[in-house]
Design a protein around this ligand. Sequence first.
Ligand code: B3K
Ligand code: ZN
Length: 860
Amino acid sequence: PTPIRLADYAPPAWVAEHVDLTFDLAPRGARVRARIRFVKGPGEAAGGPLRLDGQKLRLLSAAVDGTDALPSITVDEEGLTLAPADNAPLPDAFTWEAEVEIDPEANTELEGLYLSNGVYCTQCEAEGFRKITYFPDRPDVMATYAVRIEAPTSIPVLLSNGEPGATGPLPGDRHFAEWTDPWPKPSYLFALVAGELVAHTDAFTTASGRPVALAIHVRPGDEDRCAYAMDALKRSMRWDETEYGREYDLSVFNIVAVDDFNMGAMENKGLNVFNSKYVLASPETATDRDYELIEGIIAHEYFHNWTGNRITCRDWFQLCLKEGLTVFRDQQFSADMRSEAVQRIDQVKMLRARQFREDAGPLAHPVRPEEFIEINNFYTATVYEKGAELIRMLRLIVGAETYRAALDLYFDRHDGQACTIEDWIAVFEDASGRDLTRFRLWYAQAGTPRVTVSEGWVEDAPGQGGRYTLTLRQETPSTPGQPLKKPVPIPVAFGLLGADGRELIEPGVLELDDTERCWSFELPERPVPSLLRGFSAPVILERRSSEAERAFLLAHDRDPFNRWEAARALALEVMMGAASADAFAEALLPAITDASLDPAFRALLLTLPGEDEIARETWSRGRPADPDAIHAAAKAARKALAEALEPELRGLYEAMETPGPYTPEAGDAGRRALRAAALGLLARLPVGAGMAEAQCGAANMSDRLPALAALLASGSPAADAALDAFAADWRHDPLVMDKWRMLQATASRPDTLARVKALSEAPDFPWKTPNRFRSLVAAFAQNPCAFHQADGSGYRFLADWLIRLDPVNPQTAARVAGAFETWRRYDAKRQKLIRAELSRIAATEGLSRDMAEIVSRMLD
Ligand code: B3K
Ligand code: ZN
């Protein structure tokens, strides 16, 4: 297939103004009748042939302006073309009518209209609407919609976007419901849900006093697990009003939880559809981390109502326009709801683990890609997380007040439009008066810049202070298709610390706006610099630094991010055999036992880098990563640290017990996290296995799951019985059983692959449900040791499953295939084994476009 290019963008020849849809639901042979009002578009091709996208549709009838004496119509696999013909030229505006038949039950791809556990539901982003009816399925065509759903009365709840309208009975035990969406929207935001669902309801009054009826629809039996999601929704709605001045704009807001979903959730106008994993929570079934994710994703989808829905993307190359901004907004929300420092550290951990990894490998692409074959392959950490980092930098560069002014201008100027990154940058230029030409490079250039630091100190006279110079130099390594890189503007937040930890000057931001820049400061003493505070830019900072200096920053830096960063750097040295665990323990001790520090922050200090991170670091220092050696070293480092800190870890374990019943509130969650971090290390000692085993009996999942993980890591023979007990308790609950599978798939036990294979071959393993597949196969592919076993059996296992899943669900299969993206990190033998598996996948007949694109990019 030929790639689609940003450079080829052309405005639509025709635009749809209004869409009427009638659904007659049936598992096989559902009927969709569409009446669409078309007018000439703005582009050069305006008024020419009308191209409608359509896939897997059976066209039953079509008409233009009520007559089936049609202009010439040609149907192909990808859609149809309506062209002027001698007998019937296309008028300036006309109504297109079509009836098609589709097959929701056979739709395993989970794009378009499908059935999930008896519930009809849709997923249209990015290009799924074309599997529902013929339409110009592109985001720059925005229309109002009126929808009528007809279904048997056994399906009581019938939902779509916008405002509810008439409902009523139909002959033959059937009924209908109507919906109208007054806000013009692109087709990717269309949604329909129908099923036997129960609602958890609530109400919200907007800042200007308009009432909104809120409902979360779930399968019967799940209604008592919705309270946290509902609370998060109300807090999100209020926050968007106070922080961005954005009010909700319909009288109802519906959320539905479905079991089969390719990603986390979807922001359809007025009808958000969620993976049930990110809605349902109770203390017994969900961990603190689950609660945190629910809060963040509920907020994210809600925030899309303005950043994505009211203002959408002109084309899919502009995806970061809505995703980067909405991620940044949900990050700000979580920082306000919880600890800002802890949130920032978690974000950076994720950015490094996923986006830096992507940027350093064969799948690297710019935040705004310039071409794609399958757009679903570009919902990536780069578009989302790096996209959010760019907005964080813009805010730092122009300041919080100007940022808010720029956003006000954005909403004012572009409401109701489909926009580009150029529009976005322009509001910042207009609000700040700055020229942001160079900043645009951040959107166009892939790869993670490396910033190297050199310093100088010239003493004026002994004891008289002197001149400190700081030189920063940037370089971005080449990425696929982009051999040469230009310097980008990098804001480096910094402070200069005196020997007693005091700030020698007012902390500020250095703008590295060229390949190299140098700054100098008159100071009373030679400082220790604290650079890239708060991780002010998505770069790799390279500065030669001593253990003593890192320990100093860990003890004294006022910036919590850099305190943690110092601990992480020390931990990496220990795990890579370059520093002693005792020295690290000594540096860590004051901070982890400092009762004035947030327990959640202390938990992060105690959580050592994972083996994947060590592999990345090893490779970036020019050596191939050896997963077995890394595993052995990591294991030894954890044990040594546990030995060195044993009394303090036991003290923390006792002290961090949370009194009273479980609440998901951040304070309690932090105490549990610190306790779990202590237990995770103690479990490396004989005493810890018993503690972990005892904690496996905990009533809440936040205590139970890390205990079970610690027990598995301890190598204790009690682990199997604990796993069995867990399964016996939760056999009936698929979301909890995902955790059970994931623990086993990520465990570092010698027989992990054999166990994972056995679980995957169990006849009742529902692998077509993405959550299940991810909990086992994708989780295994993240196992830093078992996946990389030297005989290639881990790689073969993954490839076999990808080949099996691809024809069923290409989107999920292609995403999981990304596990191979790091293949260049490993030794020649492993590289060869991975290449062989990738080639085997590539050679598979009938491979999806999704998988073909991902695999060929990885092989390039
Ligand atoms: N916009 C959706 C993601 C759609 C993915 C399509 N393959 C969820 C989100 O980012 O909020
Ligand atoms: Zn999003």
